[in-house]
Write a protein that binds this ligand. Structure first.
Ligand SMILES: Nc1ncnc2c1ncn2[C@@H]1O[C@H](COP(=O)(O)OP(=O)(O)O)[C@@H](O)[C@H]1O
Ligand code: SF4
Ligand SMILES: [Mg+2]
Length: 324
């Protein structure tokens, strides 16, 4: 397994108390595999990614438990220097907002080229040629001219392609993309997603695709991990989830996105709001919003039960949900 995250826990010290942002999250990603991490805003997706990438704001954040095995080595137990080296060469991250992640006063050519100068010891001239090659690779038209432009001279979609180019520059084994298309309009979203999927196949990278929008990832993901209140509540191959969710929260998410295969169906939003993570409800954290909740849900926290060999659900009534 390329990335194997086990029982990861992250807390934040806030004015309201301790926010338990990640509460024992486990997932794995193989080379060439795409895992979508799905959940509403505030469910702990970005914090999970930051902990894995080693870019958690600390303080106020703190990793309080777990392992992050990357190519077999636990990153949380390596020395700072070693950890930076392993991550630097092996993992890259793509963020939602390219404009704030790119340097506004450097041309995109200089920023892309910098990767090769610093990490590959290339000359400026060779690095510039590599930058053009990369821009071609992510299909930015007129790369030879545009390499001299600044980030603000590109459209949102083109900037996102530049971020993708930066991420793949050193051919990492793993890319974590945190809501990479959320700021884009729907057509451009699909193009950027297709590009990511294509590059993932070509380089056989592992891809973790974080999103709040199931519609965006359904076509490119192999597996989905659904997060709620800092936990994974369902984990399954994407087609299993599409056929029938084994957790009421997943069902709620599915019912709130349009689907081509279910035309004319009414869309319904999940009632209520996700909990404040300083005050996670007892029992099943989803119970205040769950249409299937019963007494046991308010007192007993469901572990991630195995529903099949490849599927888990943290619901006391997973079987009922599956057949509902
Ligand atoms: N810098 C921070 N300071 C305090 N709390 C934070 C910080 N970043 C995240 N959190 C806490 O972690 C929770 C999960 O955040 P995040 O992982 O960003 O959610 P999302 O699933 O939307 O990516 C937030 O609701 C908040 O309680
Ligand atoms: S355990 Fe109970 S409250 Fe939680 S998702 Fe299942 S039915 Fe709903
Ligand atoms: Mg986020």
């Amino acid at each position: 397994m390329l990335l194997d995250v086990r029982d990861l826990k992250v807390e934040f010290r806030t004015r309201d108390g301790i926010a338990r942002a990640v509460n024992g999250v486990s997932f794995g990603v193989d080379a060439g595999e795409t895992l979508a991490v799905l959940g509403e805003s505030g469910s702990g997706k970005s914090v999970t990614a930051q902990a894995v990438m080693g870019i958690l704001d600390s303080p106020p954040g703190r990793i309080t438990g777990g392992e992050v095995l990357f190519q077999g080595r636990d990153l949380l137990r390596l020395g700072e220097e070693e950890r930076r080296r392993v991550r630097g060469a092996g993992m890259a991250m793509i963020f939602q907002d390219a404009l704030s992640s790119l340097n506004p006063v450097l041309t995109v050519g200089d920023q892309l080229g910098e990767m090769f100068v610093v990490h590959r010891g290339m000359s400026r001239k060779d690095a510039r040629a590599k930058a053009v090659e990369l821009m071609d690779r992510v299909r930015i038209p007129g790369a030879r001219e545009r390499v001299k432009q600044y980030p603000h001279q590109f459209s949102g979609g083109m900037r996102q392609r530049i971020m993708i180019a930066m991420a793949i520059a050193l051919e990492p084994a793993l890319i974590i993309a945190d809501e990479p298309t959320t700021a884009l309009d729907v057509t451009v979203q699909a193009q950027v997603m297709d590009l990511l999927a294509e590059l993932r196949r070509e380089y056989r990278m592992g891809l973790v695709l974080i999103t709040h929008d199931l519609g965006v990832v359904a076509d490119v993901a192999d597996r989905i991990a659904v997060m709620y209140a800092g936990r994974i509540v369902e984990s399954a191959p994407v087609h299993d989830i599409y056929k029938a969710p084994a957790h009421p929260y997943t069902r709620g998410l599915l019912d709130s996105v349009p689907r081509l295969d279910l035309k004319g169906r009414e869309l319904t939003a999940i009632r209520g709001l996700p909990p404040n993570l300083t005050r996670i409800p007892p029992g099943c954290a989803f119970h205040p919003r769950c249409p299937m909740a019963r007494d046991v849900c308010r007192s007993d926290e469901p572990p991630l039960y195995a529903v099949s060999e490849v599927r888990g659900s943290a619901c006391h009534f997973r079987t009922e949900c599956l057949h509902a």
